[in-house]
Unconditional design. Structure first.
Length: 224
């Protein structure tokens, strides 16, 4: 969508964000950005690494970051791939995959495109603690596991058996559409040092789902 209408993408991702940041001049303001600000050639990016977006979405996110951080009292948190469940069942990539499988769709997952997915509940809890600690500036927040999209899909099958038979491995060279960074793993040491809990890996989250028959990081647990 961003590539098809870059002007609209800039209005929503940059101008609206900048307006909200100005309205929040005297109060804490947290902007969730994206690892898409990087070109994905290196991986395990730190906050001090040079941003070089290769698609319109990443460009607008980087511009929005710059506008937000003009206020030294504001905060930017870069995330990559959000897992978990939502009230309507239509928010996370996990829910997208299970819906597609139930429709009978076979999904191609790239074995050479790497991410560090994290459940939404972890993101919510980390941001909550960051605000309480009055953390400002730029932070990275991603899971400890660097996994290809194919590995992510295979990891999900024991908990989401409806995916079985609906996943196949592919290569990003067959991708058409907006350019996609190959490796958006994030180094989160800076934020981890401020948190009261260890940031989990994606495999750990799925294992906990199976052991507890529920999400340890669901919204009720996060807000308890």
């Amino acid at each position: 969508d961003c590539e098809r209408d870059p002007d609209l993408a800039r209005r929503i991702n940059v101008e609206v964000t900048a307006h909200l940041a100005r309205c929040s001049e005297r109060i804490p303001f947290v902007f969730l950005s994206s690892g898409e600000v990087f070109d994905g050639q290196v991986g395990w990016y730190r906050e001090t690494d040079h941003a070089n977006p290769i698609n319109v979405y990443g460009q607008t996110k980087l511009e929005a970051e710059q506008r937000v951080l003009q206020n030294p009292g504001h905060t930017v948190v870069r995330i990559v791939l959000t897992a978990g469940t939502s009230l309507n069942g239509d928010r996370s990539f996990v829910e997208d995959m299970t819906r597609a499988a139930k429709r009978g769709q076979v999904m191609t997952l790239y074995g050479d495109e790497f991410r560090c997915p994290l459940p939404a509940g972890v993101i919510a809890r980390a941001v909550w603690e960051l605000v309480n600690r009055e953390g400002t500036g730029l932070y990275h927040l991603g899971g400890r596991d660097r996994l290809s999209r194919w590995e992510i899909g295979r990891t999900l099958i024991p908990w989401y058996p409806e995916l079985l038979g609906h996943l196949r491995e592919g290569l990003s060279s067959g991708h058409t559409g907006a350019p996609r960074p190959p490796d958006l793993s994030l180094n989160c040491d800076k934020l981890q040092a401020l948190l009261s809990f260890p940031i989990p890996g994606f495999r750990e989250w799925v294992q906990a789902l199976m052991q507890r028959e529920g999400d340890l990081w669901d919204y009720e647990s996060t807000l308890a």
